[in-house]
Write a protein that binds this ligand. Structure first.
Ligand code: SAM
Length: 275
């Protein structure tokens, strides 16, 4: 049954504030499962099952599905829609307050979700910075965000560096607003992130790496010697010297930097004597 009919039956209005645009195109739902390369043995974490459309496809393709939904009003809908799928379990909680590492213990898991667009970046941080990360993520996101996640040097952002540090990131499908109800105002993209076992670049430690990257992006469009200097609370001259030591022109801008260059810079910063 389509999401509008289902919600009408339960007298529920979709909430824009919760990013409730339900994906109902069967071709798009099937394709998401196909793009996730499930073998039938996985535990899948779904964020925001909504009316359970994607959940049902996932429950058919995976060993177990744990779906986390914030909107408690959807409980009767999900109870009936998932009644034939004992391997699908719904937890009514905010994904951002759920301790995923604790819940998953030592179990491998894959995240597949049509995420609420208003918290896409927060969800990515929550999962990728977790001490027990998913093996991969297949996420339907706003197309513009998808493009930012797969950006290359010259268009990099803090978000792109953060995600690409943790996993190989690519856009694997695109969806038009008509695939959803209610229709969103924007196109969507399906992004797949294959999480690395080890960081792809040589960093002293993650905390220093991200301190340096955050400092570099702290002042938009400024030359690195200035943004880095401000972000690390050192002068522009000292920042320029660190950049040169890492083989980076101090006049460059953060959005032009490659992951390897951020790593080289973080090694130089970590080795800097404390004054
Ligand atoms: N998966 C469904 C589909 O594809 O039709 C629904 C996707 S809809 C874009 C996003 C879902 O995330 C909604 O059901 C919404 O209630 C839920 N949601 C919003 N914020 C959430 C949060 N913080 N934690 C968990 N679920 C959330």
């Amino acid at each position: 049954m389509n999401p509008k009919m289902l919600l009408d039956q339960h007298a529920i209005q979709p909430k824009r504030s919760l990013g409730q645009n339900f994906l109902h195109d069967p071709g798009a739902l099937e394709k998401i499962v196909e793009l996730a390369d499930l073998t039938g043995d996985e535990t899948v974490l779904e964020i925001g099952p909504g009316t359970g459309a994607l959940t049902r496809y996932l429950a058919r393709a995976a060993r177990r599905v744990i779906a986390v939904e914030l909107d408690d009003r959807l409980r009767p809908v999900l109870d009936s829609e998932l009644s034939d799928y004992p391997n699908a379990q719904v937890i009514y909680q905010d994904i951002l307050t759920l301790d995923v590492a604790r819940m998953m213990q030592t179990e491998d898991y894959v995240v597949i979700a049509n995420v609420p667009y208003y918290i896409t970046s927060a969800i990515l941080r929550h999962l990728l910075e977790s001490s027990h990360k998913p093996r991969r993520l297949v996420l339907t996101v706003q197309q513009e965000v998808g493009e930012r996640l797969v950006a290359r040097p010259d268009d990099m952002s803090l978000l792109a560096v953060s995600v690409q540090f943790y996993g190989a990131t690519r856009i694997v499908n695109r969806l038009k607003p008509a695939a959803f109800w209610p229709r969103p105002d924007v196109d969507s993209a399906v992004v797949r992130i294959d999480v690395y076992d080890q960081p792809p670049v040589d960093v002293p430690d993650e905390a220093t790496f991200f301190r340096v990257v955050r400092a570099g992006f702290s002042q938009k469009r400024k030359q690195l010697k200035n943004s880095l200097g401000g972000g690390l609370a050192i002068g522009a001259t000292e920042a320029a010297a660190l950049l040169e030591q890492a083989g980076i022109d101090p006049r460059r801008r953060a959005e032009t930097m490659r992951l390897e260059e951020w790593a080289a810079l973080s090694r130089v910063v970590a080795a800097k004597p404390v004054e």
